[in-house]
Design a protein around this ligand. Sequence first.
Ligand code: ADP
Ligand code: MG
Length: 628
Amino acid sequence: MATGKINVSVENIFPLIKKFLYSDHEIFLRELISNATDATLKLKHLTDIGETDVAYGNPVIEVKVDKEGKKLHVIDQGVGMTKEEVEKYINEVAFSGAEEFLEKYKDSAKDSGIIGHFGLGFYSAFMVANKVEIITKSYKDEPAAHWVCEGTTEFTLGDSDKKERGTEIILHINEEDQEFLEENRIQELLVKYNKFMPIPIKFGTKEETLPLPEDAPEDAEAETKTVDNIINNPEPAWTKQPTELEDKDYKSFYRELYPMQFEEPLFHIHLNVDYPFNLTGILYFPKMTKDMNIQKDKIQLYQNQVYVTDNVEGIVPEFLTMLRGVIDSPDIPLNVSRSYLQADGAVKKISSYITRKVADKLKSLFNNNREDFEQKWNDIKIVIEYGMLSEDKFFEKAQKFALYPTVENEYFTFEELQDKIKDNQTDKDGNLVVLYASNNDEQHSYIQAAKAKGYKVLLLDSPIISHLLQKMESEKEKITFVRVDSDQVDNLIKKDEEKISKLSEEEKEKLKGDFEKVIPKEKYTVQLEAMDSDAAPLLITQPEFMRRMKEMQQTGGGGMFGMGNMPEMYNLVVNTNHPLISEILNTKTEKKQERLIKHSLDLARLSQNLLKGEELTNFVKRSFDMVK
Ligand code: ADP
Ligand code: MG
C-alpha cells in the first residue's frame, strides 16, 4: 500500500473546486461518463488496430445508485489503468490541468459561468463527494489498483482484487448533495447530458411490454419483461450521412430531441463539414408561434455527442437561434467567455457557415417546390426577415427567395414585384412606389381604394417589418415603400390626368377655414383634394415617415433613440368633389355646419380605428338619436 501527497502547489484546490463549480455541480456525472466513454473508445481503437487481442465485446457503461450506502457508482469496461497510470493520470496530469485552469480563471470564472461548460474532468467528482474511490484493472495483464481520496491532497493507492477489465468510480455523496442518490434525479441528468453518447449507458432496469401474438384471444393480457434501462441512442441522426437518412428519420429524430413537441418541423438542414473546422448537426425550422419569448426547445450544442448547453448565443447567428436542433463541434472553445467567443475566428467561420447553409437550403426549397415554399412562408418569414435585417450576407442571398405576398395571396420575389408594378406605380422622380398594408381588416377601405386604381398592395405584417423596409429603401435604388393609409399614396403616384375640383378657389378657401375652425389644429392638418365623387368625403391618413419611425421605436430599432415621443399627427383629407362636402360648404347655420363636420370626422376616425372610449360612446349615442 502506497500513500502519498497529490502533487499540487495550490493547497486549497478542493475548496476552490467546490466554490467555483457550485452553481453547476451536476456536471460531475457528465464528466465521469465522458471518461468512461473515452476509456471504452480507446479500447475499441486498440483492438481495431491490433494493439491488443483482448475481446472488445459489447461494452456498456453502468451507473448505479446505492441509496443506503450513500454511494454512486460509474462502471465501465474500457482500457482501465495500471497503478502507474493512476499515478500519472490522476495524481499528476489531471490535477495540474485543473490547477492551471483555476489559476488562469480565478477572477473571471465565477460570474461568467464558464467552468460549468468546461468541467474539471475527473476532479469534478469532489463537488458532490467527500470521498472518491477508483477501482481499476487495465486491459494489460497487471493487477488491479485501488485509489482512495477524501477531498484533501492526501490519497492512498493500493491493490484490488477486481478481476474484470475496466474502471469503477465510487462517489461517497456529501450530506448536502443527497439529491444525487435519487434515481429520478440521476435519470434526469443522464437524459440531459448523455442521451446521444456513443457507448450504451445502463441505469437499472425497466419493464417492457411484449407484443401479443397474432392469434392471441381478445382478453389476453400482454406480458411484460424486465430489460436493461438503456439511456442513450449511441448513433443519433446527425452522426450519419445525409444520404443514409430519409425524411421520416429526420422527423423521428426531432421527436427524440423534443419529446414534448407535438408539432412537426417544417423542414430540416443537415450540417456536415470537416474543413476548416469540424461541425455536424441538424437544424429544424419549426412553425413559429407569435409568442417568440416562450421558447424552451432550443438548439442544443454537443461536443462529440456530449451535451454541453442549449445556449448557443455567439455560435449560431442570432436570427437562427429561433430554430431547433443539434450542433456538434469539437472546435468550439468553451473555456472562454461569451464575448470572447464572438470574436474568435473559428467561431466566426462556424457562424457564417451556418448562415450560408441555411440560405442555400431555403433557396433550394424555393426552387424545387415554390408552391410548398409559399405555403410555409408565413411560418418562416420572421426568421428570414430578421436574418435579412441583421446579416448583410443573408440579405443578399435572400433576394432569391424572400417573398412579398399581396393582399390577394399572390407571392412575389422582389424582382418579380418590381416587374409587375414598374409601369403603374412610379412617382414623379421615377421611384418605384411599393404599396403595402399591415392588416387586411383595419386598412380595408384603403386597400380597396388602392386596388380600384389597379395598384398592387402587399400584406406585410411582421413586427419588424418597418425596420426591414427602411433597410430595403437604403439598399435598393429608387424604391419607396408606402402604407396604403399614408397620406402620400395619392400624391405620390404619378397620375396621367389631374383631377379637377368642382370648387372654385374662393370656395376652397372658405371650406378650409370652416374645417379649421372646428378641427383641433395640433392633431390634424386639413388638406383639400379633388378625388372621385364616390370616394370617401373625408379621409384620415398618417405620414409614412412618422408612422414608420414610431413603429421602429416601439420594436426597438437601433439608432432610433433621441427621437423622444413622436406626437400623433394626422392629415385630414377633404374630398372637394364629394356631395357631402358641398353640403357642408353651403350650410348657412354655423351650428349645423359644425355638427356636420364633427360627425363626419368621427366617421372617418371610426374607419381608421381611432375613435375610442368616451368619444366613441358619445358618437354612438348621437348616431342613435339621429336615426330615431
Ligand atoms: P481528461 O478526460 O480531460 O483527460 P480527466 O480529469 O477527466 O481529464 O481525466 C484524467 C485522466 O484520467 C484521463 O485522461 C484518463 O487517462 C484517466 N481516466 C479517468 N477516468 C478514467 C476511466 N474511467 N478509465 C480509464 N482512465 C481514466
Ligand atoms: Mg475527462
